[in-house]
Design a protein around this ligand. Structure first.
Ligand code: SF4
Length: 185
């Protein structure tokens, strides 16, 4: 072998991980839904000025073809169970951004009897974006953090032979509402 021959050594696992992660990270399609005023900001972020599609993220109107759920707006207890149904209909691997104070912790309405005090009581959240509403730049930062998380994921070959990820890392599914959901409340 001549001196200027270049040899790259890698593992199948590493190659597949890198390739799949590159593809997933640049095509994180988000579920098209919103529950209050943060949704207007989400629409604005998807519009031509902020242009989320620069990062490969386009809206999908069905959970079965969405990789990312952006919870944008106040969530009432009544709506929380519907959000969980949408989350369950998304295929793994899936990610969740909680956008804005209402989704993060109930926000302005956290003392209201009907408002959920954080969407992480119902679905596992990967990234929280603060603000009321968050500016498009903040939501873009949230998306970039999801992309960074996707890039670091390893073990896809192994997952092809197993049942896949059970939950997003750092997932918190708090008991009371999750139990109520399971009970069909
Ligand atoms: S965080 Fe503010 S802008 Fe967003 S849904 Fe709540 S009240 Fe509206």
């Amino acid at each position: 072998m001549s001196e200027d021959t270049n040899i790259v050594l890698t593992t199948v696992d590493g190659m597949v991980d890198g390739f799949l992660n590159w593809g997933r990270k640049n095509s994180a399609w988000y579920l098209l839904f919103g529950t209050a005023c943060c949704a207007i900001e989400l629409m604005q972020t998807g519009g031509p000025r902020a242009d989320l599609e620069r990062f490969g993220s386009a809206p999908r109107a069905t959970p079965r073809q969405a990789d990312l759920m952006i919870v944008a707006g106040t969530i009432t207890y009544k709506m929380a169970t519907r959000v969980r149904v949408l989350y369950d209909q998304m295929a793994e691997p899936k990610y969740v951004i909680s956008m804005g104070s209402c989704s993060n912790c109930g926000g302005l309405f956290q003392l209201a009897y009907s408002v959920l005090k954080g969407i992480d009581q119902v679905v596992p959240v990967d990234v929280y974006v603060p603000g009321c509403p968050p500016r498009p730049e903040a939501l873009i930062e949230g998306l970039l953090r999801i992309q960074a998380k996707m890039e670091k994921e390893r073990g896809w070959v192994r997952r092809l032979w197993t049942k896949g990820r059970k939950n997003s890392e750092g997932a918190i599914v708090r008991a009371p509402l999750a139990d109520a959901y399971k009970a069909g409340a």
